[in-house]
Design a protein around this ligand. Structure first.
Ligand code: ADP
Length: 675
């Protein structure tokens, strides 16, 4: 029965033995042989691992008397010890039934390992739990931080928006300020110009002699009005400098020429006999200076004016010296001096040192800040040394040749060869490329370009020849060019030479006011240049009837006075209605129309004039003391010949405008007359 094979036997881990009470194996099943190599006939004692005999004996003895429970014994199987668990019990025939199974050698260790593993796992589990808790905590913290970050990002964005808004409003404010300042200064100048104009007329004694007292009073008016105009100019200059709208006009000039101009200017102003004003003649070897002459003059004028103001006795001395590639202008006085702590502050806007003398002299505290900014433009600086009670010394150091002039000089080339069969056109242009361009435009025309790189060069050219026209191609903000244009239009010798102003900026306003006959914004093409030159060179001639429509008596009076010399008949009208009926009745050659009348604007008058075929073609010049908006300017441009700012009204300007208006209407008429 024990030998019977069964398939399950292979899976069994138990074996069965039948033994005698001394351990003699009588029967063994198949598993016994396979698992522990025991078979019938074997002696258990002989298979024991040494030292187990007593234990086996005891096991056998007990088995004789009843079931033993599990005993563990070590058997040698194939020479290797194997632990077996045995249970024994007596059979009825006195033999013993023993059931055994090998103890897996690694079970304990495995169990221990499993236990340890379990412990480890439990530990790990605990740890991972705590780690998870930590992670959860950190996650919470991260979320909180994230929220916080989001909040601060939102805060930052809000702040950023706010800052941007502030910056924008600051910029707007600065813009508004600049505009306000410039408007106010203009508003200031309008009545001041009337005052100055009228005072000069009175002082000329054209309308009868004046008493000495009256002359004195008028001179007071003149001086006050002039100093107010200067203030307005300073404010305007500073705003221009601050907004970067001031441009540099470079020219070559001699310092002694500048000095004599300044000397002439100051002679009537330096009225204190106790103060000697001395422009020290510069050394003969002082080279020609190439910089912005007007700005330099403006700085020196300011410094000398101050020196004269703050010096009661002694001298004011102006010295020029070469120092390497620089020229130093020193304005030294023996005046009240400046306390050490104030020296830097006098360059702050509106800062004036308190001193009894301040009560008696006029000033705004804008002169020195303006000087410093102008000196910056000339690539120079102003140094001051002063001892209170003894005097001050202001030193302006500027490069002899401004870096921009240096660059220009390198481009300069002399090309001049007059062709007697062509009319010379003086082109005043500091950009060589543009000069060449004009030369090319006019190469095959009846005109020949006479180039002048600077105003000084142009002046020099005018002493040699009389051009048919002048093309003044310049940055119109440049003061020396203004002076030159004004000079051209006021001097009898050059007054009639047509001037065509070309600029990169829109300075039509000023150019026209100073007498320019034509105005162009760059770039000017060949067609335009040739056509304009031909027309300018052709049209000249007197005008006859001028209708002035203005409700301001003073304005009408000024026009009448200004145009009195020419063979013109001035017709005056005070209102729009009066003006329109005078236009129909008198058929003037030109109408000078004030922009704002009592109850109407120029637009109302223009509309009326334009609907009537009798008055439609009469050129209208708008006069205004208001700074026109772009929109107004555009609307006016359609129907008017040009716009003349009142503050710049002079005989030359008026005549030039009138001539030009007539010229344009000559050109326009044939077309308009066509049925
Ligand atoms: P203003 O002369 O119109 O007051 P400035 O900016 O030209 O303004 O000068 C600022 C101040 O500097 C003056 O008010 C005066 O206190 C001081 N200052 C300038 N030049 C001199 C000088 N040559 N001597 C003494 N003080 C001077």
């Amino acid at each position: 029965m024990l030998d019977k094979r069964d398939d399950l036997a292979e899976l069994r881990r138990e074996f069965v033995l039948v033994c005698g009470p001394e351990g003699h194996v009588l029967e063994a099943d198949r598993c016994a042989e396979e698992l522990v190599e025991l078979k019938g006939g074997d002696e258990l004692h002989r298979r024991l691992v040494e030292g187990s005999t007593a234990k086996l004996n005891e096991f056998l003895r007990r088995a004789e008397h009843g079931p033993t429970g599990e005993w563990e014994l070590a058997l040698a199987v194939n020479g290797a010890p194997i632990a077996v668990r045995l249970r024994g019990m007596p059979r009825q025939d006195g033999r013993l039934l023993i059931v055994g199974s090998p103890v897996p050698p690694d079970l304990d260790r495995a169990l221990t390992q499993v236990r340890e593993g379990m412990q480890e796992l439990a530990h790990l589990h605990r740890r991972s739990e705590s780690q998870q808790a930590e992670l959860r905590r950190q996650n919470g913290e991260l979320k909180r931080l994230n929220h916080e970050l989001e909040d601060s990002a939102r805060g930052m964005m809000a702040l950023h928006d706010e800052v941007e808004e502030k910056a924008e409003s600051l910029m707007q404010m600065a813009e508004v300020k600049a505009r306000l300042v410039s408007n106010v200064s203009h508003e200031f100048r309008t009545p001041l110009n009337s005052i100055l104009g009228l005072t000069r007329i009175l002082l000329d004694e054209e309308d009868g002699p004046l008493s000495e007292e009256q002359k004195k009073q008028l001179n007071f008016i003149l001086r006050s009005a002039t100093s107010l105009t200067e203030l307005a100019d300073d404010v305007l200059d500073l705003t221009k400098l601050e907004s970067g709208k001031m441009t540099l006009r470079l020219s070559s000039f001699r310092v002694d020429d500048l000095f004599s101009a300044l000397r002439g200017m100051f002679r009537p102003l330096a009225t204190n006999p106790d103060v000697r004003l001395e422009f020290v003649p510069p050394p003969d070897d002082l080279p020609v200076v190439e910089t912005d002459e007007n700005k330099l003059a403006q700085i020196l004028k300011n410094l000398v004016t101050n020196a004269l103001k703050f010096t009661v006795k002694g001298h004011v001395r102006i010295v020029a010296e070469q120092r390497g590639t620089a020229v130093h202008f020193t304005v030294e006085d023996s005046g009240i001096g400046i306390p050490a702590g104030e020296i830097e502050r006098i360059f702050d806007e509106f800062h004036r040192v308190s001193h009894p003398i301040q009560e008696t002299v006029k000033g705004t505290g804008l002169g020195l800040p303006l000087c410093r900014k102008l000196a910056d433009m000339l690539e120079g600086r102003i140094r001051v040394t002063s001892t209170e009670g003894q005097g001050s010394s202001f030193v302006l150091e500027i490069p002899m040749v401004h870096s921009e002039a240096q660059m220009m000089r390198e481009l300069e080339s002399e090309a001049e060869n007059l062709d007697p069969s062509r009319s010379p056109i003086l082109v005043v242009e500091d950009d060589r490329q543009t000069l060449f361009l004009y030369e090319r435009y006019l190469r095959n025309s009846g005109f020949q370009v006479v180039p002048a790189r600077t105003v000084a060069g142009a002046r020099e050219a005018l002493t040699r020849l009389r051009p048919s026209a002048i093309v003044l191609d310049v940055m119109l903000e440049g003061d020396s060019t203004w002076t030159f244009l004004q000079e051209l239009k006021s001097e009898a010798a050059t007054r009639d030479i047509p001037v065509l102003v070309v600029t990169v900026m829109n300075g039509e306003h000023q150019a026209r006011a100073l007498g320019a006959d034509e105005f162009f914004v760059k770039p000017l093409n060949e067609e335009q240049l040739r056509r304009r030159l031909e027309r300018l060179a052709r049209v000249r001639g007197p005008v006859e009837r001028v209708l002035v429509i203005d409700d301001d008596e003073v304005a009408r009076y000024l026009v009448r006075k200004m145009l009195a010399d020419d063979s013109l008949r001035i017709i005056e009208a005070r209102t729009a209605a009066e003006g329109i009926s005078a236009a129909r009745r008198e058929r003037p050659h030109v109408i000078l129309l004030d922009f704002i009348l009592q109850s109407e604007t120029a637009f109302d008058v223009l509309d009326e004039l334009k609907v009537d075929p009798q008055t439609r073609n009469i050129p209208v010049l708008i006069q205004t003391s208001k700074d026109l908006t772009d929109d107004e300017r555009r609307r006016l441009a359609k129907d008017t010949a040009s716009i003349i700012p009142k503050r710049n009204l002079s005989r030359e300007v008026a005549m030039a405008r009138i001539r030009e208006a007539l010229m344009q209407s000559e050109v326009g008429r044939p077309h308009m007359r066509k049925p």
